[in-house]
Design a protein around this ligand. Structure first.
Ligand code: URA
Length: 245
């Protein structure tokens, strides 16, 4: 095309593919009854201007933390009935981090967080934001599957959770989205209800935190109202990410 450089044309095609994928994921996440109006200027996945020079260091620091966790975690080294620890998944240089509560059966089997039904829903949420799993980082408060998928107690969280805090400090995401009440309560050191927490910005060591419903809860209570709330929380996270380029 005269006057259009191949790089520009390729990046436009990339963008269109991303927007199409985002649109399809949004439709699936929200249902057709309250699709957002097409934005005049689509909010695209923020691309780092330069490859992160610290990405390799972060990967090495995470690997060292993982080894230390598996050898020393006062919760996981004593917990019974799990197959393997589930440390985290995604880019060590992620700008967006999701934090859930604890591995379930599928995660315990595979060693990867959020791969069961709740994980499929989380993948849709990430896709609706115009991102891929590889671009974000996903971790849990507890790294060993609790028996019967029990909700982590504050005591369990206080023993394993410090390793999650170290993960956050290594990755230094621009935005954190917590999934469900236990993750929000642990990270924000409070005991407030989801209704009071979600939809508002909070802070963890200077990093903005947006609590939203856990995808497993969304699957159980898949109402237009709850889907709207989750989408609104994710949109706020997207705006914050765009603003922090
Ligand atoms: N629920 C969570 O909170 N974390 C997982 O990894 C899977 C399900």
């Amino acid at each position: 095309m005269p006057g259009v450089s191949p790089t520009v044309a390729a990046s436009d095609a990339d963008r269109l593919r991303r927007v199409a994928r985002q649109h399809a994921q949004t439709t699936r996440l929200l249902g057709v009854d309250f699709l957002p109006l097409p934005a005049r200027k689509p909010v695209l996945a923020p691309e780092p201007a330069d490859p992160d020079p610290g990405a390799g260091d972060r990967a090495a620091l995470l690997a060292a933390l993982r080894a230390r966790h598996d050898a020393q975690c006062p919760h996981c080294t004593r917990a019974k009935g799990y197959t393997q620890t589930v440390f985290g998944d995604g880019s060590p240089a992620a700008r967006l981090m999701f934090i859930g509560e604890a591995p379930g059966a599928e995660e315990d089997r595979t060693g990867v967080p959020f791969v069961g039904r709740a994980g499929q829903k989380l993948n849709e949420m990430i896709g609706a934001m115009g991102l891929t799993r590889e671009e974000v980082y996903i971790a849990n408060v507890l790294k060993a599957r609790p028996p019967e998928n029990a909700t982590p107690t504050p005591e369990e969280a206080s023993r394993c959770g410090p390793y999650l805090l170290e993960q956050v400090r290594i990755i230094q995401p621009k935005v954190i989205v917590t999934l469900g009440k236990p993750a929000a309560n642990f990270l924000l050191r409070n005991s407030e209800a989801m209704g009071a927490l979600r939809g508002h910005w909070h802070d963890f060591e200077g990093i903005p935190v947006m609590p939203t419903f856990h995808p497993a809860y969304l699957l159980r209570a898949y109402t237009p109202e709850n889907r709207k709330k989750v989408w609104s929380d994710l949109q706020q996270a997207m705006s914050r990410l765009s603003a922090s380029q």
